[in-house]
Write a protein that binds this ligand. Structure first.
Ligand SMILES: *Cc1c(COP(=O)(O)O)cnc(C)c1O
Length: 345
């Protein structure tokens, strides 16, 4: 009888919230919906019978222009998720020691485990900070090959300042993967996207699923040295980003003004949502963490009850043990959420 290998027997499929909810504030997507009719010409121009451009040349050009990076240092992926998978699967060898943090984006340890890496998950302190001096010593003493984290962090919404990351990059030989999925919402000055010439062990990840508002099309990018980019392009599957995604990506990424306007709208939304939450007398919330992202993290002993109560009102947020993570929405969505919370208990 066929037996799955042990690592697959123990694996649980990723289960996003299922069911239809009127208000979705659970996945950190952008609430700004592109008018699809705008895309008909873009999609019509795609030759469906032909394979995609393996290097997504035009899409990478648009991305590189937007972020002022060298297009030769950029690789496109089917979401940054795929890039995390390729990097952990191909840049490391079975049993390589890897550092992730907790709490942080779960995909880092997920893929590391799938690829049979030796993952050490270091727990952040009660303020969600990482002691990078400890990490540097630990990495050097234990022959750590890779350190992965998001900045700012999903789900804590905390940020790591550039001085700390520069020190880490300088003091370890390990590959350092900085996932800047939410950097637009915090501070460009803390970004390392323009620093890949200066550190041969740095990979910066970007996604179009959050600030850019294209979660549906699955598009992400890795920015790294020329040598690493050559390896990454060689290791990925040839046609990883489909032609429709490339075409829509090129079109949307070329419109800098719209992207900047949308980022401002999202920042306004999270600012006002946070303000309403901290001034709303919600005494069932023990702590509301100041956001540097398009979502806010809340600690409460009633997380499960509040989560289920909101679902019953057709509002989906993310439940994580003693925490709730709420993505900002349109004004109406935020108001509906706050009104529901005011009725709670
Ligand atoms: C949402 C998210 C991603 C996912 O990116 P995709 O491009 O949609 O795969 C990556 N990293 C972090 C930290 C995220 O929160």
């Amino acid at each position: 009888m066929y037996q799955l290998v042990k690592k697959l027997r123990e694996l649980e499929p990723y289960e996003p919230i299922s069911g239809e909810y009127k208000i979705r504030l659970d996945a950190n997507e952008s609430f700004i919906k592109l008018d699809n009719s705008e895309l008909s010409e873009v999609i019509n121009s795609v030759p469906i019978n032909r394979y995609p451009d393996p290097y997504a040349t035009e899409t990478i050009k648009a991305f590189a222009k937007l972020y002022d990076v060298n297009p030769d240092c950029v690789t496109a992926g089917n979401g940054s998720d795929e890039l995390i998978s390729i990097i952990t699967g191909c840049f490391l060898e079975k049993g390589s020691k890897v550092i992730c943090f907790s709490p942080d984006f779960s995909m880092y340890s997920f893929y590391s485990q799938i690829y049979e890496l030796d993952v050490e998950v270091l727990t952040k302190d009660e303020n969600f900070q990482v002691d990078f001096d400890f990490v540097i010593d630990y990495a050097n003493e234990n022959n750590v090959q890779c350190i992965l984290f998001s900045n700012p962090c999903n789900p804590t919404s905390e940020g790591i300042t550039a001085d700390k990351i520069a020190k880490l990059l300088n003091k370890v030989n390990a590959l350092v993967i900085v996932d800047e999925a939410y950097m637009e919402f915090w501070n460009d000055n803390e970004s390392f996207i323009n620093e890949t010439d200066n550190f041969d062990n740095l990979i910066v990840l970007k996604t179009c699923s959050k600030a850019i508002g294209m979660a549906a099309v699955r598009l992400g990018f890795a920015v790294t040295s020329l040598a690493n980019t050559k390896a990454l392009r060689a290791a990925k599957s040839p046609y990883n980003v489909n032609s429709i995604t490339q075409a829509i990506g090129t079109y949307v990424l070329s419109d800098k003004e719209r992207i900047e306007n949308n980022v401002e709208l999202i920042k306004n939304s999270i600012r006002s949502l946070y303000w309403e939450l901290i001034n709303g007398d919600f005494d069932f919330f023990e702590q509301i963490y100041k956001p540097k992202t398009n979502f806010v993290l809340i600690r409460t002993d009633s997380a499960k009850e509040i989560y289920e109560y909101l679902l019953s009102k057709s509002i989906a947020i993310r439940f994580m043990g003693k925490y709730l993570r709420i993505t900002c929405g349109t004004d109406n969505e935020n108001m509906a959420l706050l009104a529901a919370l005011k009725e709670y208990k």
